[in-house]
Design a protein around this ligand. Structure first.
Ligand SMILES: *[C@@H]1O[C@H](CO)[C@@H](O)[C@H](O)[C@H]1NC(C)=O
Ligand SMILES: *[C@@H]1O[C@H](CO)[C@@H](O)[C@H](O)[C@H]1NC(C)=O
Ligand SMILES: *[C@@H]1O[C@H](CO)[C@@H](O)[C@H](O)[C@H]1NC(C)=O
Ligand SMILES: *[C@@H]1O[C@H](CO)[C@@H](O)[C@H](O)[C@H]1NC(C)=O
Ligand SMILES: *[C@@H]1O[C@H](CO)[C@@H](O)[C@H](O)[C@H]1NC(C)=O
Ligand SMILES: *[C@@H]1O[C@H](CO)[C@@H](O)[C@H](O)[C@H]1NC(C)=O
Ligand SMILES: *[C@@H]1O[C@H](CO)[C@@H](O)[C@H](O)[C@H]1NC(C)=O
Ligand SMILES: *[C@@H]1O[C@H](CO)[C@@H](O)[C@H](O)[C@H]1NC(C)=O
Length: 487
């Protein structure tokens, strides 16, 4: 059963904090305008961008988000979590409640492993201290009593399993506990089941799969951020060196391709591999990020499907439906769930999802669902922003794609402005940054501020203090909310 929370303050009060309706309604148009402006500014240097974006402007009918909210796209956040990430999760939820201006309109599913975890999380959220009037030293007096998002539901995975998984081995039907599934089928499949069960069950146009360790660091609109991605969605690949390739990674790619009836030979095995991006605790329901990486055996470059390298992954309901409906000619009676449990190895849903989009782009020419995706190699895009030399700062980092270690580009002297430019141009509002000693504090804060970063990882201890401190710098002023108009 869902355990929805009750509002701690009235919607009217919240509405004054959220963007005024008329402003919000103008945002879709603003987003289009901003794309157009960005295109004009960059046209001299980036002809291919101009062509692509102009094309998207013509064909993606993004007619001002909803003249009214009943027409607005449905958004949902899906966060698999477990007792080991309780504190990170609660901290994340509080930061959203304090800073995300429209979070109380957005349903959030936290997918937990059993009833005990649901109760543990519930009790901890009840005990959470409110935002107060100066969360991270922003003026949060409008939401001072908030502790967590209003539409947050803590869900026991057992209660949201698709019927086809109701007989899965490892389930304890007496205690409605799913931990046995983890023990029986392993972390990867278990994590996939958590993410996909929620993705399959609920209605939404767009959702985000998020890790538990996020942290909102400035006022922003979740809906606008997701819109900004979907008005021109990109699947990122990253060039890698093959010293990062491991059998473990290959097993993930093989299993992921197998889920959609393909082999890695068909995608170009020589050019694909997988990486782990978040520390893998190898433990109950842990959040982990895995990207799909390609590596050439000659050691130069590989590709990597890589939103992945972050801690958030946008998904589209239409793609999820299509993926779950896929039947393979070799086993027409097997459902996606059957294959997930039966396939040997480590299928990872992000890899499957991204490979599936690649595949569908090829075999469904003209389908607007898949046409709108661009598949870009992040190194090539970065080079267009005068960052070729800065790439050296990342190229020797083991085991990741570029976006995951993107912040290391800031180590390059003089690169800050170009890194900011790239980040804003590509709307990478959520950044993975799990360290804060990689360069000087001023550069890091200037990047976060100027690139309009809305969320980072909370597993970067002390970063909250930096943000809070930065808000006290009178000469700079507090960090403004992300205004898509100005991008
Ligand atoms: C909002 O949109 C719905 C669906 O198109 C429409 O029926 C309704 O009248 C609209 N409401 C307003 C206030 O424009
Ligand atoms: C914070 O915002 C509230 C409401 O807008 C305002 O009344 C108050 O003066 C602000 N506080 C500070 C310190 O700016
Ligand atoms: C927060 O709660 C206090 C005490 O109940 C109340 O006086 C105040 O008006 C509330 N603030 C908001 C923004 O709802
Ligand atoms: C679950 O197993 C029982 C007993 O084997 C069977 O009767 C039932 O149809 C199965 N349910 C599903 C959804 O496979
Ligand atoms: C389910 O959990 C209960 C309580 O821990 C235990 O007694 C029972 O043996 C478990 N059932 C299965 C099938 O594991
Ligand atoms: C390119 O970056 C370098 C620093 O890496 C900087 O000195 C130079 O001005 C930049 N060129 C342009 C055209 O922005
Ligand atoms: C405030 O910001 C300015 C401009 O970025 C910077 O030079 C200065 O060092 C900052 N002061 C503090 C105390 O962080
Ligand atoms: C966003 O920026 C535009 C242009 O600078 C400005 O006109 C508008 O008022 C801003 N909107 C908000 C909500 O700050």
């Amino acid at each position: 059963m869902e355990a929805p929370y009750h509002p701690r303050f009235s919607k009217a009060v919240l509405a004054t904090f959220t963007a005024p309706g008329t402003v919000a309604r103008g945002v879709g148009v603003c987003l289009l305008l901003s794309t157009f402006v960005a295109v004009m500014l960059l046209a001299m240097q980036f002809h291919e961008h101009l062509a692509l974006r102009a094309w998207h402007l013509d064909t993606l009918a993004y007619v001002g988000p909803a003249a009214n909210s009943t027409q607005a796209e449905q958004i949902r956040l899906i966060i698999p979590s477990f007792n080991g990430h309780l504190e990170e999760f609660v901290h994340f939820m509080k930061s959203l409640a304090c800073l995300c201006t429209d979070i109380d309109e957005i349903p959030i599913s936290a997918v937990l492993s059993n009833q005990a975890e649901v109760e543990l999380f519930h009790a901890r959220l009840q005990a959470q201290s409110p935002c107060g009037s100066n969360f991270l030293n922003y003026n949060t007096s409008h939401v001072a009593n908030n502790t967590h998002p209003k539409l947050l539901a803590l869900e026991n995975l057992y209660d949201i399993l698709p019927p086809l998984l109701s007989n899965t081995s490892g389930l304890n039907h007496t205690t409605r506990d799913t931990v046995g599934v983890l023990k029986q089928h392993g972390l990867y499949k278990y994590q996939s089941i958590k993410k996909l069960s929620a993705a399959a069950r609920y209605d939404y146009d767009y959702a985000l799969w998020l890790d538990s360790e996020g942290l909102a660091i400035r006022p922003f609109s979740m809906r606008e951020t997701i819109r900004a991605y979907y008005r021109d969605p990109v699947i990122w690949k990253s060039a890698m060196t093959d010293e990062r390739q491991t059998d473990f990674m290959r097993a993930i790619m093989d299993a992921s391709a197998g889920m959609i009836g393909r082999t890695m030979e068909e995608f170009g095995r020589r050019y694909w591999n997988v990486e782990r991006s978040v520390k893998l605790l190898g433990f109950l329901g842990v959040s982990l990020g895995v990207g799909c990486v390609c590596t050439s055996p000659t050691g130069s470059h590989c590709f990597h499907a890589d939103l992945v390298s972050s801690f958030m992954w946008p998904i589209e309901k239409a793609v999820i439906n299509d993926l779950l409906a896929l039947r393979l000619a070799s086993a027409p009676h097997q459902t996606y769930w059957d294959r997930l449990l039966k396939t040997p190895g480590l299928p990872f849903e992000i890899c499957v999802y991204n490979l599936f989009i690649h595949l569908r782009k090829e075999d469904t020419a003209g389908d607007p669902i898949y046409d709108k995706y661009r598949i870009l190699q992040v190194e090539r895009e970065v080079e267009k922003f005068n960052l070729t030399t800065a790439l050296e700062q990342v190229s020797h980092q083991p085991g990741t794609g570029l976006l995951e270690r993107f912040y290391l580009l800031l180590r390059e002297p003089g690169a800050l402005a170009d890194v900011v430019h790239f980040t804003k141009f590509n709307r990478l509002y959520f950044q993975r940054m799990d360290d804060r000693r990689f360069t000087d504090k001023e550069t890091i804060l200037k990047f976060l501020k100027d690139a309009s970063i809305a969320m980072i990882l909370s597993s970067n201890p002390g970063i909250d203090d930096w943000i809070a401190e930065a808000q006290l710098n009178i000469s700079v002023g507090s960090w403004k909310w992300i205004n898509a108009t100005t991008h």
